[in-house]
Write a protein that binds this ligand. Sequence first.
Ligand code: C2O
Ligand code: CU
Length: 476
Amino acid sequence: MPDAVKDRVASPSSGRRRFLAGAVGLAAAPLVWLRGAAQAGAEPRLVEATLAPAPAKVRLVPEQYAATAVWAYNAAVPGPTLRVRQGDRLRVRLENGLDEGTTVHWHGIRLPNAMDGVPDLTQPLVAPGQSFQYEFVVPDAGTYWYHPHQRSYEQIGRGLSGALIVEEREPIRVDRDVLWVLGDWRLERDASIRGGFGNFMDLSHNGRVGNTVTINGHVPESFPVRAGERIRLRLVNAASARIFGLRFQGHEPRIVALDGQPVEPHAPEGGVFVLAPAQRADLVIDMVGDPGSRHEVHDGFYRNLEYRLIEIAYAAEPPLRARPLDAPIRLPTNPLAEPDLARAERHDLVLTGGMMGNMRGLPRGMAWAVNGTANSCGSGKVIDPLFILRRGRSCVLRLVNETQWHHPMHLHGHAFRVISRDARPTRYREWLDTVLLAPRETAEIAFVADNPGDWLLHCHVLEHQASGMTVCLRVA
Ligand code: C2O
Ligand code: CU
């Protein structure tokens, strides 16, 4: 755990203990009981951290090149990995060392609206030199991430993001828990970040896809493994716009969670695993290769732009075990309310615009629209809700992509099931918080609107988010 993260066991038991000691003297039985609860590891804790976004220099590319000037949380790219247990209370102090306002959004966490980090909508922008304290209980286990929600296309694009890992109370058995935060950069030859953030070309096409992919802030070379080990690989796509289509040569990863939420363990379709901006996936991979062998992880999402992401490099050591570990890989479920499809309230959201689409009638600088309106956030203007969902109601949203482009659509404050794609039921009815729509694709998502407040629903291609593909839904 990074220095920035100091956790300490707080409340309810120590509070109770003090109360007991004061009120009735030292009662032996309750203390024994309390100690028992602590051993079970089930006590909610208070975990505290500080996130200080500021300009910094980091080494993204190999040693022979220069360091890169970035914007970073606590001088690191990605920012510190926050690790908590399900049910813990997280308290994070944001100290803004940038020259512009910022916020922190806790992507995928079902938290109170006031902690969601959307400027103007849920909190005022945190000005340079100012601070803000976020505090919330983390209800779901899984792999999440945090990032600014102000001018995200540049603030995230210059390096501001980090992972938030929420451990299960009863985790599955693996030999190693590995995190890969995938980043994508548009670098000049001297390894500096190319400017031009938010240019209309990027806004109206597929966003700022870069020329340099990093894993955990470094251009990757190889991933050392030992034959026979079982790895849980947590992937976070923190790129502004790049979609990954990964193939693990010689291996059969099984997907056990998507966007932090458990899913029936399954192999990716056709062996290719697609991860859109803001999406996460937890894979279980048995290292079945021979000692000393090397295998490629290949990204082939964009035709003619295929490349080797990293090489899995086996140590020469003999295998850790003869046969893959025989232990269950299904994750325990999170406490999500099941939508009642028969009684659900239904709405359509139609995505339009973009190059080769209809951009007529859109305000200046806008390239996309949802149901005919184009919004962006953080401009000082509050986005009016597109519609109001009654609290506790089940909802089905039909997302209709009428454009020629991919859009990973993210809903704040909730997780939803993807129930159909192009009118066909989905196989796993996966819970997500960000669903990728292919060009001209339609998907239906279902959820219980159980978290009151104004929540954004937007495309997580950050240039699309900023140029119209953002709406607000009110749960009241
Ligand atoms: Cu990852 Cu609205 O955000
Ligand atoms: Cu989009």
